[in-house]
Write a protein that binds this ligand. Structure first.
Ligand SMILES: [Zn+2]
Length: 396
């Protein structure tokens, strides 16, 4: 009897030890993956010239992805809170917009103010027939932050131009987008301006030559200073990013040379993520968005993936990245991904994103307004694809 009992006991002990070991091993594997998911901006792999679309090259690209397709569902569970058939789209979209605006602590009063733009000098780039004008932006009667950047536009323009404002990724900069230094944006602002757009690129208020000061006069500068700002003021990084972006949108819309009915937003990496947030929260105010190198699943953000500067726990607890796309529909939307992008979460989430967003656009009668461009380079902005998107939807 006691022998039988101790056999059973030993058996149970062995089984539970094995299960515990398996659990520890799977957690270790999981956290190793999370570590690898941290962004490595500025990584420029080989630039290949061919452009392909997912529909025709999917099978060929699939083996290049780093996570085996059969592993994807367990690593990236679909967590979208949009439930077609149960949720009414319009109500859902308003709820996303209202919730996120409130949870990130957006200063709605500030956004009602007029944007001020002052010129700090200009130069002609004759080879492109483009003007590059250095500018400073701010909200009227508000002195906690101001933005420095560049307006880029064709030397000869007839009539109001469509406008595009650009949101920087990590280690991205206004001087990069404006073609003054080389980085993973390949100076896309210049290419858009040469094609007939009025482009506004700026540095976030705590980066580059922009300026951020709190109510005690303390100055914050450099990416990591945003963490001090968040802890000192109780604000969120997302609110600051959205308020800065709103200032840029207003500056463009108030520009007499810009058609306010044709203004779009774009960015890569952190800038692509923030572009998508902006589209979800302000879709009635813009005419299209193009987000490159973005789409990190919120389920992974909650586990520590991605940068904390855009982290707002309540948003990640309640929604998924795909909900941002759904909230912005049927606004013209372009996503861009490079197959050699090392930020695993983007590729592994893309099927979930398409699965959620496409039926919504189709249901609204605008399937042509939602597209994915893939290219065979790494975490870089492919200008030609973005240009095709903006030409189609903003019509320069
Ligand atoms: Zn960051």
């Amino acid at each position: 009897m006691s022998n039988g009992f101790s056999k059973t006991y030993r058996f149970l002990l062995v089984i539970s030890t094995v299960m515990l070991a398996a659990l520890v091993a799977s957690q270790f594997y999981h956290w190793r993956r999370i570590e690898r998911l941290q962004e490595q901006p500025g990584q420029m792999a080989d630039q290949l010239e061919t452009i392909h679309h997912l529909e025709i090259r999917d099978e060929e690209y699939r083996p290049l992805r780093l996570v085996p397709p059969e592993k994807r569902p367990e690593l990236y569970p679909a967590l979208s809170t949009f439930r077609p058939g149960l949720d009414t789209l319009g109500i859902f979209q308003r709820r996303v917009r209202t919730d996120i605006r409130r949870w990130i602590g957006l200063d709605e009063e500030l956004l009602q103010r007029k944007a001020l733009t002052s010129s700090l000098g200009r130069e002609n780039i004759d080879s492109l027939r483009v003007v590059r004008e250095k500018v400073e932006l701010s909200f009227e009667g508000f002195d906690h932050w101001s933005l420095r950047g560049y307006l880029l536009y064709p030397m000869e323009a007839q009539g109001p131009l469509p406008g595009v404002f650009c949101l920087n990724g990590h280690k991205g900069s206004a001087v990069g987008v404006a073609g003054l230094v080389e980085d993973y944006t390949y100076g896309y602002g210049l290419a858009l301006a040469a094609a007939g757009f009025k482009v506004l690129t700026f540095d976030w208020c705590f980066e580059g030559e922009s300026r951020l000061v709190d109510s005690h006069g303390r100055v914050y500068h450099g990416h990591d200073s945003i963490f001090e700002y968040i802890s000192e003021t109780g604000s969120t990084g997302l609110a600051l990013y959205m308020e800065n972006a709103c200032c840029a949108l207003k500056a463009l819309k108030e520009d007499p040379a810009v058609d306010p009915e044709r203004v779009g937003v774009t960015g890569i990496s952190r800038g692509g993520e923030l572009t998508t947030y902006f589209a979800a929260l302000f879709s009635p105010d813009i005419s299209g968005y193009y987000a490159s190198g973005a789409g990190f699943p919120f389920s992974y953000r909650k586990l520590g993936g991605g940068c904390k500067c855009t982290f707002v726990e309540r948003v990640f607890d309640n929604y998924e990245f795909s909900d941002l796309l759904v909230a912005a529909a049927p606004l013209p939307a372009g996503l861009q991904l490079g197959v050699r992008d090392q930020i695993l979460g983007y590729f592994d989430n893309i099927d979930n994103l398409l699965e959620m967003a496409r039926p919504v656009y189709a249901g609204l009668g605008k399937p042509q307004n939602f597209g994915l461009d893939i290219h065979d380079a790494a975490h870089v902005y492919r200008v030609d694809q973005a240009l095709a998107f903006f030409k189609q939807h903003l019509k320069p």
